[in-house]
Design a protein around this ligand. Structure first.
Ligand code: V47
Length: 388
């Protein structure tokens, strides 16, 4: 069913239906949400534990419509993973390979530049670049990579390197994080993706990613990036050995930093995919867990403009439902995905613009192509322009 006549609704008047729940613990939370009061850690726990997931979703959808009406964002992007060689050996990961592993790869610069141009006919507006912590690739390699991409694709926004990669590059180059970020900016990095945050709780982090920077360092790296004027995203990996308290703690730490910097654009909850990881005995998350996580994120992160239902991780079907549970963004065309597919994802490698628009329209929402900074993109046959 197409909804071609849908128009952005009055931003002040969302959700005509009254709130109803059979869980009395949600009543005071609803009162806060409706009067735009901040939710507490206890509220977060109640949202995770309420049996009335539809009421939790109603509240999240109310906030989502208050912020964005029916508008749902997507972008035309391409992922590039220059190397899977990684010193970290995180238990959560099926992508990384030790140096010398026959399944390890590292792209030559020309290869990475060629990958950027391949496989898709519509002009991409964003390169999303992340990879392993390679023990031998110096900062200069990544500066050359970015510089070469900017030279070849000057109109494409470069969203590159997680806070974990930036902290690692800085340490190896014996520079501060700030100095490293300035060099990356000079080479052409425009913003940062949200990966590597995982779960901030020490107990969990020490098991699933013990060699990664800790919560304080991840947050401090993001703080430094935001102070330099970069926008970034933030993620949370859930559905492994964390508990509800760990998830709430993670969300509150992000919310506190966002109060300070306003540098985060989008929060992306990422469901753990256990296949081919050392944690492959764990079950995969269910659809309801994924949907609830989107809803709780929308409700707790009142200062994050956007909540992304990353279709590659959630499947297009669940991501589409998430658009009614608090999400206002589906991510993009992606084209080639390695991190989730190495961990058993059965989703396609990419979706076309048309397919993304269909998912959004059939959810009764209005698709808006955005660039990385959420400016709307208008396309002609030949090129695109960005509203400023
Ligand atoms: O940091 C790794 C996660 C992240 C697994 O900012 C896994 O727009 C599940 O951050 N099962 C990388 N998750 C992906 C990421 C991302 C994706 C899309 C958009 C954006 C954005 C950021 O993937 C890692 C880690 O948290 N991850 N292995 C796994 N087996």
């Amino acid at each position: 069913m197409a909804h071609e006549t849908l128009k952005p609704r009055d931003q002040e008047a969302p959700a005509a239906h009254p709130f109803r729940t059979y869980d009395p613990r949600l009543e005071p939370i609803a009162a806060k949400v409706l009067s735009q009061q901040r939710l507490s850690a206890e509220d977060g726990l109640a949202l995770y534990r309420s049996p009335d997931v539809l009421a939790v979703g109603w509240l999240a959808n109310y906030v989502r419509e208050r912020m964005h009406g029916d508008v749902t964002y997507f972008n035309v992007n391409r992922h590039i993973n220059p190397t899977n060689v990684c010193v970290a050996a995180c238990k959560l990961c099926a992508f990384g390979r030790k140096k010398g592993d026959p399944a390890g790869y590292t792209m030559a610069l020309e290869e990475a530049w060629a990958a950027a141009a391949s496989g898709y006919t519509e002009a991409v507006t964003e390169f999303h670049i992340v990879g392993g912590l390679h023990p031998d690739l110096p900062l200069a390699f990544f500066l050359d990579l970015i510089h070469g991409l900017k030279e070849r694709f000057p109109k494409v926004h470069i969203k590159a390197f997680t806070m974990v990669e930036i902290a690692y590059l800085a340490r190896r180059a014996k520079l501060t994080v700030e100095e490293t970020l300035i060099k990356l900016r000079d080479a052409g990095v425009d913003s940062m993706p949200g990966g590597g945050a995982e779960i901030f709780a020490v107990r969990v982090r020490s098991i699933i990613c013990d060699h990664k920077i800790d919560a304080e360092e991840w947050l401090e790296t993001a703080r430094t990036a935001h102070k330099l004027g970069f926008k970034s995203n933030a993620t949370m990996l859930y559905g492994h050995i964390e508990n509800d308290e760990d998830r709430v703690d993670h969300l509150l730490k992000l919310r506190a930093l966002q109060d300070e910097t306003r540098g985060f654009q989008t929060f992306i909850p990422l469901a753990f995919h256990p296949e081919n990881t050392p944690l492959d005995h764990l079950p995969v998350t269910t659809g309801l867990t994924d949907i609830r996580q989107i809803a709780v994120s929308r409700l707790m992160l009142d200062n994050f403009p956007h909540i992304k239902a990353y279709w590659q991780m959630m499947t297009p079907k669940i991501a589409q439902i998430a658009l009614r549970f608090g999400a206002d963004d589906l991510d993009g065309t992606v084209i080639e995905e390695k991190i989730y597919h190495d961990a058993g994802a059965k989703t396609p490698q990419g979706l076309t613009r048309k397919e993304l628009c269909r998912l959004i329209t059939e959810a009764g929402r209005i698709p808006v192509e955005r660039d990385t900074l959420y400016r709307s993109v208008t396309r002609t046959e030949e090129s695109f322009t960005v509203a400023v």
